[in-house]
Design a protein around this ligand. Structure first.
Ligand code: SAH
Length: 340
């Protein structure tokens, strides 16, 4: 059955007209789903009983059950959701002084194979639908009885490998008649799917693009991220420069620091020359070691030196706070689970 949360408002109007109803009914339903946040058609009490029955016959409302919830000493929460097909995904909620940020998954599993990431190594199952992406927000809001102000596509999966559903999910989140999460409060992180970066540039959505760079030359990057064999650093940086030209927006580069791998002064120098002249921000992530992984965290001393060097050369770099590492909720620690 069709999941009613898979539709942005315009498409929902078409669906509602298709079942013989007036399109303004879609606005009412949209409000029930994303403003009143009800979990059943029965609660939509300004719709006739007959219409509610018709909706039940044509659509499902996907409501995730929480299979497990863990809370970190720093307040970060990690949820394991039953996605209703025998699989489960993880979603993380982080508390910042400026509000609540949710880290959503975009796929069940991931194809990218980054060597330092726990989402790798387990089979890719399928893309999440737009409704399943949006439901992560609704389920967490319901559990915490609060509103989420920021969304980052940094959970399990490569968001640009599930391009259409991710863009549609953003349109649903964005709508002022619904969740009303501004695009400026949404970040998409990619391992570097070059053609999709161009697509995104031309999408006219104001979200932030984060690039998982992690290394400054092809040899090192390919070793960490096999996607680099498909789209190398030169192609990736050209796409980033073009993205900035087209959108006039700043890009955020993620750089996970691994001891004796990509964290010395020479790497910092190469990074400076790579990013020269670009409007950007560098997010340094102390790498989280995964089970059987060969990359280990840089020393604090090296991380600070790396940041200070970038800053001294005029590149704004900050060190990402390590939230939720005690519950395996930090960067690179999420994995898909199989319930069967
Ligand atoms: N597939 C997307 C988004 C998911 S990961 C991407 O690659 O960008 C979100 C961020 O966490 C990425 O920058 C990713 O490279 C980083 N990451 C993955 N594993 C990590 C680890 N073990 N330690 C630190 N950061 C990690």
């Amino acid at each position: 059955m069709k999941n009613i949360k898979d539709y942005n408002l315009e498409d929902l109007k078409k669906e509602i007209v298709n079942i013989g109803e007036k399109s303004y009914r879609a606005e009412q339903i949209f409000k029930w789903l994303y403003v009143d946040k009800v979990t059943s058609f029965d609660d939509m009490n300004n719709l006739s009983l007959e219409l509610r029955e018709k909706l039940k016959m044509n659509f499902s409302i996907c409501n995730f059950d929480i299979l497990k919830k863990q809370e970190s000493s720093d307040g970060t929460k990690k949820y394991l959701f039953d996605v209703l097909d025998g699989n489960a995904i993880e979603t993380v909620l982080m508390e910042y002084h400026h509000g609540k940020t949710i880290c959503v998954s975009s796929q069940i599993g991931c194809k990218m194979g980054c060597k330092f990431c726990a989402s790798t190594g387990i089979k890719f199952i399928r893309n999440l639908s737009s409704g399943e992406i949006v439901e992560q927000i609704l389920a967490v809001e319901q559990d915490t009885k609060s509103n989420i102000s920021n969304v980052v596509f940094m959970g399990i999966g490569e968001p640009l490998d599930n391009y259409d559903n991710v863009i549609n999910a953003i349109r649903i989140m964005n709508n002022p008649k619904g969740l009303n999460i501004g695009a400026r409060h949404i970040s998409i992180s990619t391992s570097g799917l070059v053609p999709r970066i161009y697509d995104l540039a031309n999408e006219n959505i104001q979200c932030t693009l984060s690039i998982s760079l992690h290394a400054t030359n092809n040899e090192k990057r390919s070793e960490m991220m096999p996607v680099n064999l498909r789209y190398n650093i030169e192609e990736l940086m050209k796409a980033c420069k073009d993205y900035i030209k087209i959108t006039n927006k700043r890009i955020s580069f993620e750089y996970a620091l691994a001891k004796d791998n990509n964290d010395n002064l020479q790497d910092a120098k190469e990074l400076v020359s790579l990013l020269k002249g670009m409007i950007c921000h560098v997010n340094l992530i102390p790498i989280n070691k995964i089970e059987n992984g060969k990359f280990t965290k840089s020393t604090n001393e090296n991380i600070i030196k790396f940041r200070d060097y970038l800053n001294s050369k005029g590149i704004v770099a900050t060190i990402r706070r390590e939230l939720g590492s005690d519950i395996d909720a930090a960067c690179g620690q999420l994995r898909r689970k199989n319930l069967k």
